[in-house]
Design a protein around this ligand. Structure first.
Ligand SMILES: Nc1ncnc2c1ncn2[C@@H]1O[C@H](COP(=O)(O)OP(=O)(O)O)[C@@H](O)[C@H]1O
Ligand SMILES: [Mg+2]
Length: 226
């Protein structure tokens, strides 16, 4: 996996949400931290093309997020900050199947892959449940299953433990730890990222620290407490 930002900046009108950035990411677990409004979501959305650079470019395994948008979207799965917003169909199994059906897979192949992903996440008992009646932790797991069933190479999670109680937080962390896919995780939950290979700290749209978790968390404490 290689994600490359080349002189990439992002503006929303007059707001510069991401200052010009040159960066290459190849690690299997990357954390993204920073205060509210520091540009974390903008940064990760730029990786799968949900946000377009105002200047420069972003590539994922050589594919440009603007020129090769659909190919990038199929390689980079994204779990939103509010995962309930990405569950579209009323029943869990139907929602998980949706991404596969839209890729033209045969009905029997879709059913087999849905069953496998439900088993992988240990949520087979949720298959016929209504998505809007799930708990926060269940919603997070179903959203992960819906994305991973399409077999992306990279998974991005934007604050995956934010709305969860301690039990569900542990469940999501354990599930994340077992994923063979590369993952980029935005989090205020510093214990979640402490074992990661690399952590990025954003402050006012700028990448201000990049390295081992322990060092970057120290830099975060310094900016947060001043
Ligand atoms: N769609 C948008 N339109 C205008 N401004 C935005 C939009 N999304 C984010 N911003 C602004 O860009 C900055 C960075 O936001 P964001 O990337 O969401 O930060 P974070 O995820 O770290 O909280 C903030 O000042 C925010 O208000
Ligand atoms: Mg955010």
């Amino acid at each position: 996996m290689e994600i490359r930002f080349a002189d990439c900046s992002v503006r929303y009108g007059d707001t510069v949400a991401l200052q010009p950035l040159d960066l290459t990411l190849t690690e299997r677990r990357i954390g993204v931290i920073g205060l509210n409004g520091s540009g974390k979501t903008t940064f990760v959305r730029a990786i799968n093309g949900l946000v377009k650079p105002s200047r420069g470019r972003v590539t994922v395994n050589g594919l440009d997020t603007v020129e090769d948008g659909p190919a990038v979207l199929s390689k980079v799965g994204f779990i939103f900050q509010n995962p309930q917003n990405q569950l579209i169909l009323p029943i869990v199994a139907d929602d998980i199947a949706l991404g596969l059906k839209s890729r033209g897979l045969a009905t029997s192949a879709v059913a087999a892959r849905v069953e496998a992903v439900l088993a992988r996440f240990d949520i087979a008992h949720l298959a016929r449940r209504r998505v809007h009646a799930l708990s926060g932790g269940e919603t997070q797991l179903v959203a992960m299953a819906s994305v991973l069933v399409t077999e992306p190479d990279i998974l991005i999670l934007d604050e995956p433990t934010n709305q969860l109680d301690l039990k569900n937080r542990k469940r999501v962390i354990d599930t994340l730890a077992g994923l063979p896919e590369a993952a980029i995780v935005v989090s205020h939950d510093l214990s979640l990222i402490e074992s990661f290979a690399r952590v990025l700290l954003f402050h006012e749209g700028r990448l201000i620290a990049d390295g081992a978790p322990v060092d970057v968390v120290k830099a975060y404490e310094a900016v947060a407490l001043c």
